[in-house]
Design a protein around this ligand. Structure first.
Ligand code: DOR
Ligand code: ZN
Length: 335
């Protein structure tokens, strides 16, 4: 039987939510990942030290039996330096959302006036706090990410020492930025290594494949696959697994987000095997992230096996990608 061992898998972009949802989904990530960058878009957002510490405690309480490191983030505001100094030891990154661009982002940045942002971003740069960015404008949905490239360029050139992570990239334009600016990095989801817009709305409309940024064109998929399969040292896996209750997905106003946390590693094995690149998967799911963020997770060994696995229809009321379908890899053991 074909197997694949992954050491210390890391999910560099994860939504764990709060309360009952947190209790339901956190154990699923903690089971197979060593750690995750936890998104701050709660209601209200995680935006001060007390919020960070309390949220981290709630996460740890939800995963009592597994080793799992929640790498905490703050919701970006134009914070002052003294505040950043007070919170720096408690966070791994700060996540910037353009205002209103996606779920619970209403309090995000409404103007990318570099001079207004400079004190915060320069302090982050000096303190080596990475900036994670949801890079979409409010333009036409298929062009939103490509339109955001000029903002990445502005950020990257004004703060050349600031590590900027282009989160969940979906376009060839974003891939091209990686080699243009030394301080730009990216996360890529597993669903964006599989889907194009056709899968979402080309036949029947598939609410469980609807997310932001929306899946794009075949040429974008190819560009993402090229850098992910090569484990380009500036890209890392970030699932953007974003659970919503079933009724919020299967409704006349479908919430954005694809729930992949419990099947992400299995799907990644399937994709990397398909292209004969399993040798690069370790770098994509852990080593690159360790290098980029300078983190050192505790030991965890996940062994996956090539055998059919039927994806559960739902996990405590959250419908995963490929619910009820058979995928070709399964988790065999975890140490
Ligand atoms: O599809 C998405 N869901 N994209 C995001 O940026 C946010 C996320 C969520 O929080 O549900
Ligand atoms: Zn996200």
């Amino acid at each position: 039987m074909k197997t694949q061992t992954l050491l210390m898998p890391l999910d560099m972009h994860l939504h764990l939510r709060d309360a009952v949802m947190l209790e339901n989904v956190a154990p699923l990530s903690a089971y197979s990942f060593s750690g995750a960058i936890v998104m701050p878009n709660l209601v209200p957002p995680v935006e001060n030290r007390a919020d960070v510490i309390a949220y981290k405690e709630r996460i740890m309480a939800a995963v009592p039996n597994d080793y799992f490191e929640p790498y905490m983030t703050l919701f970006y505001k134009n914070y002052d330096k003294a505040f950043l100094e007070s919170v720096a030891d408690d966070i791994t990154a700060i996540k910037l959302y353009p205002a209103g661009i996606t779920t619970n982002s209403e309090g995000g940045v409404s103007s990318f006036d570099i001079e207004e942002m400079r004190p915060t971003l320069q302090a982050m740069s000096d303190m080596e706090i990475p900036l994670c960015v949801h890079g979409e404008t409010d333009g036409f949905v298929m062009d939103r990410e490509a339109e955001f490239m000029s903002i990445y360029e502005l950020l990257a050139t004004n703060f050349p020492k600031l590590k900027i992570i282009m989160e969940h990239i979906t376009t060839k334009e974003a891939v091209d930025m990686l080699d243009k600016f030394e301080n730009l990095y990216a996360t890529i989801t597993v669903h964006h290594l599989i889907l194009t817009l056709d899968d979402v709305v080309g036949g029947m409309m598939m609410p469980h494949l609807f997310c932001k940024p929306i899946a794009k064109r075949p040429e974008d998929l190819d560009a993402l696959l090229t850098v992910a399969l090569a484990a380009h040292p500036k890209v890392m896996f970030g699932s953007d697994s974003a659970p919503h209750p079933q009724h919020k997905k299967e409704s006349c106003g479908c919430a954005a987000g694809i729930f992949t946390a419990p099947i992400a590693l299995q799907l990644l094995c399937e994709i990397f095997e398909q292209y004969d690149k399993l040798n690069n998967l370790q770098a994509f799911v852990s080593d690159n992230a360790q290098n980029i963020y300078g983190i050192c997770p505790e030991f965890k060994e996940v062994v996956l096996e090539k055998r059919p696995f039927v994806v559960p229809a739902n996990y405590s009321g959250v419908v995963p990608m490929y619910a009820g379908e058979t995928i070709n890899w399964a988790i065999e053991s975890i140490d």
